[in-house]
Each structure stands twice: as structure tokens, then as C-alpha cells.
Design a binder for this molecule. Structure first.
Ligand SMILES: Nc1nc2c(ncn2[C@@H]2O[C@H](COP(=O)(O)OP(=O)(O)OP(=O)(O)O)[C@@H](O)[C@H]2O)c(=O)[nH]1
Ligand SMILES: [Mg+2]
Length: 437
């Protein structure tokens, strides 16, 4: 059974609208000023945690999402409108990773948590923006920027209704296996379980999720053993199964074990002390003394704690334990409003969105057709943004190429007059300046 819902989606922000190049035309005023409006911003794609959703299954049907493009600027100082943002609803407890490099991007645990998954592109500026006292009639405008495009891996951590706890080797994992379909690692040494396991009991109406955590020892709250941090996984469960090994046939020893774990648990979170709990005396097959069992039953009845004697090995009383778990779940239904999640032990660097553009040296890549491709974030960005059919933009772009000494680099790489060159989506032929002069 797969507990962690996991899948990859791709998201794309809307492209920014292009800026407009236009000049005012009015009666009696032949040389109107520039009035080209700017393009609107592209919409963003946002992930938002909502209650009520329990799975990522909706994304199985559709995995690609793009936000609306921004509107283009128009003459008469009309700016394009912004593209609408697309909001994708995910269940609380969804963890977002960058699909490319696997880095954690966000942990959407609480209702309303949002994550900007793909930013919309900026709108291009219209020529009006470029007007200044020195440049009264700019004959250029910008194109809109492309929206950000990313792959994201979404992971959902599951809910646990019931938490198993006890000393190492008490048989917690064995009981989990006995009552659910899970197959956790079970072995005869303490700390077999190193990280929490989940199991599911299917009933005719619903499924009950059990969490089995590593054993707690005395001093766990002072970080002995595997520490107490695992208790956070049972913190929001509705019922605790406190597993005790009764094979020693020593009631006072078992009672001490009980108190040890209770104390550590309450030191971690006093509220856990009043959480409904069933004490489970396990390994009854190794405990022959009926008197021992009676003594323990009396102890727990005095303490007002329900006590069951079972054997995960022989199956004795396991059906009774399973029945009690189901009854308890019926009597204490999972609160509709509250979603409890089973967070994985992984440190997540929240909000570290990978940088898209970094300062890099220009790279010239010779292509098999004799052409060349120029790789450089700023140049690619400019090629995308400048409308090169406009003369002044072409001039701006040329200045940028000069700044990066592209001509020299291309020649060094073996480019000759007429060699096709591409930068981003722009293609042109290589004609060094000195041919022109
Ligand atoms: N005889 C007998 N052995 C059992 C019973 N339940 C568990 N065991 C054995 O006890 C040992 C420990 O069982 P686990 O289920 O791994 O115990 P645990 O509490 O999960 O242990 P940690 O994960 O290390 O904390 C294993 O060798 C089991 O086979 C039982 O009812 N009877
Ligand atoms: Mg275990």
C-alpha cells in the first residue's frame, strides 16, 4: 500500500503582454507624442492548501497548468490588462519539491498556505515609457517576458488516526502488522524501527491509519535513544496503543515500563497524558502465569485504563484488539475540519526557489549545421524581450552584443561572415561590423 501520494506536474506563468509603439494622431497636431501603452503582467500559478481535500488524485487527470497571458499594450496610452492567476488547490500536508534538482520548495501544512509556483512574465514597456526630454519620440517598445516554467514534484504525507508507542522491542511493529496490511521490519533487537511506519486497517466504511514509531526509552525527552521527536507523529492521533512486553512475567516490571513511557510522553506534551489510550500487554504466549495477567489487569483497572492481553505472534486476542480499534474510531470519528498529517523526517528549506538567471560567462556552442548558439542569460533574456524588428531595439541589442564582445568570441569560435547564429529564440546571420564599414 502506498501512503505517500506523489506525482509531478508542470506549471507555467502567463507571458507578459507586449508594449506598444505608437504616436498620438490628433487633428491639427501632426507630431503627436508617443502614446504606446505597456503590456500587462502574465498571471502566476499558485498552489494553495485547502481543507477537505485528502489526496492529490485530481492531478492524475491533468498535470500541466498555465496561467493567462497579459494583454498587449495599445496606442492611446492603453496598457494591457494583467493575466489571471491560476490557483491550484492541494490538500494540507502537501510538500513541494523542484522536480529538476529535487530541492524542497515549500511545505503547505496549514489551510491557506500558498506557494508561488510559477511567476508570470513582466509586461513589455510601451514607447511612451521611454520618452524623456532627450528622447521625445522613442521608436521602440519591449516585448513581454515569458512566464516562468517549472516542473514540481508534489508529495502528500498521510494522516494517522492511531499511534503505537512503547519501549523498544515491545512488539509495536508486530502489532501494526497483525492488525493492518502493513509489513514493517520486525526483529528481536531494540530500535528496529528507525523511522515511523504506517499501516491501514480497512473497515467497510472507512480506513483507519495507524502510525508505529521507534521505541521510547527513559530519558528520551533528554534526547536519549532515538530521541522524542518521533512523538510528534502521534501528537495528533486520536487513540494511543501503548504496547507493553509482558514476557518477563514480572508485573511490577511491566508497570514500571508503563510509567517510564508515560512520563517521557507527558514531558514531551502534557496533553498526551489525557489522550484516550489502550494498554496492550503483548507476548502473552511467553507469559504463562495467569496470576501475572490478573495482577496487571487489576493495576490498569485501578488506573482507569483499558487493558488487553494479546500475542502478535500467535494472534491471540488480535481480533479483539482490532475490534476495539474499529469501535473506538466509530465512537470518535475523525474531526471533519481537522486534517492531521504525517510529516516525513526531512528538513525542507522553505522558500528556496531556485534562481533562474545567474551571472555566467558567454558560451558559444558550434552547431552541426555550421551555425552557432550563444548561451548567456542576459543575452537570451534581451533577445526574448526586445522586439528586434524595431530599429531602435535592434540598435540596443547590438550594443549589448558589443558589450559582451560577441563578435570576437564568434570569430574565435570559427564563425565566418554569413554563419547562422541564434540566441534564445532570435536567429540572425553573422556579419561582423568591419564588413559594414
Ligand atoms: N513470542 C512473541 N514474540 C513477539 C511477539 N510480538 C513481537 N515479538 C517479537 O519481539 C521482537 C520485537 O518485535 P518488534 O515488533 O520489532 O518490536 P518493536 O516494539 O517494533 O521494536 P522497535 O521497533 O525496535 O522499538 C521481534 O523479535 C518479534 O518477533 C509476541 O506476541 N510473542
Ligand atoms: Mg518497531
Amino acid at each position: 500500500m502506498k501512503f505517500v501520494d506523489e506525482l509531478t506536474i508542470s506549471v507555467r506563468g502567463g507571458a507578459g503582454g507586449s508594449g506598444c509603439m505608437s504616436f498620438r494622431r490628433e487633428k491639427f497636431r501632426p507630431n503627436g507624442g508617443p502614446d504606446g501603452g505597456s503590456g500587462g503582467r502574465g498571471g502566476d500559478v499558485v498552489l494553495k492548501a485547502v481543507r477537505g481535500l485528502q489526496t492529490l488524485a485530481d492531478f492524475e487527470l491533468r498535470r500541466r497548468f498555465a496561467a493567462e497571458n497579459g494583454g498587449h499594450g495599445e496606442g492611446g496610452d492603453r496598457n494591457g490588462r494583467a493575466g489571471r492567476t491560476v490557483t491550484l488547490h492541494v490538500p494540507c500536508g502537501t510538500v513541494v519539491y523542484d522536480a529538476e534538482d529535487g530541492t524542497g520548495a515549500a511545505d503547505l501544512t496549514e489551510e491557506g498556505d500558498t506557494y508561488l509556483a510559477a511567476m508570470g512574465g513582466r509586461g513589455g514597456r510601451g514607447n511612451r515609457v521611454f520618452a524623456s526630454s532627450l528622447r521625445r519620440a522613442p521608436r521602440f517598445s519591449e516585448k513581454g517576458e515569458m512566464g516562468e516554467e517549472r516542473g514540481l514534484r508534489l508529495e502528500l504525507k498521510l494522516i494517522a488516526d492511531i499511534g503505537l508507542l512503547g519501549l523498544p522491542n515491545a512488539g509495536k511493529s508486530s502489532i501494526l502488522a497483525a492488525v493492518s496490511g502493513a509489513a514493517p521490519k520486525i526483529a528481536d533487537y531494540p530500535f528496529t524501527t528507525l523511522s515511523p511506519n504506517l499501516g491501514v486497517m480497512k473497515t467497510d466504511v472507512d480506513s483507519i491509519v495507524l502510525a508505529d514509531i521507534p521505541g521510547l526509552i527513559e530519558g528520551a525527552s533528554d534526547n536519549r535513544g532515538l530521541g522524542i521527536s518521533f512523538l510528534r507523529h502521534v501528537e495528533r492521533t486520536r487513540l494511543l496503543l501503548h504496547v507493553l512486553d509482558i514476557s518477563s512475567e514480572d508485573p511490577s516490571g511491566t508497570e514500571r515500563d508503563w510509567r517510564t513511557v508515560r512520563e517521557e510522553m507527558e514531558r514531551y506534551d502534557p496533553a498526551l497524558g489525557s489522550r484516550p489510550c489502550i494498554a496492550v500487554g503483548n507476548k502473552s504466549d511467553l507469559c504463562r502465569g495467569e496470576k501475572v495477567k490478573e495482577e496487571l489487569s487489576e493495576y490498569f483497572s485501578r488506573a482507569g485504563v483499558e487493558f488487553l492481553i494479546v500475542s502478535a505472534l500467535t494472534g491471540e486476542n488480535i481480533p479483539l484488539l482490532a475490534k476495539r480499534i474499529v469501535e473506538f474510531s466509530r465512537e470518535h470519528p475523525r474531526p471533519k475540519s481537522e486534517v492531521r498529517f504525517f510529516a516525513e523526517m526531512r528538513s525542507i528549506d522553505i522558500g528556496s526557489v531556485p534562481k533562474r538567471r545567474s551571472k555566467r560567462a558567454v558560451q558559444i556552442v558550434p552547431l552541426p549545421d555550421g551555425g552557432f548558439r550563444i548561451l548567456h542569460p542576459q543575452l537570451e533574456h534581451a533577445a526574448e524581450r526586445y522586439d528586434l524588428t524595431q530599429e531602435e531595439n535592434a540598435a540596443r541589442f547590438t550594443r549589448l552584443l558589443r558589450k559582451h564582445r560577441i563578435e570576437e568570441l564568434l570569430e574565435a569560435a570559427g564563425a565566418a561572415a554569413g554563419s547562422p547564429v541564434s540566441i534564445g529564440r532570435a536567429d540572425f546571420d553573422f556579419y561582423p561590423d568591419r564588413y559594414e564599414r
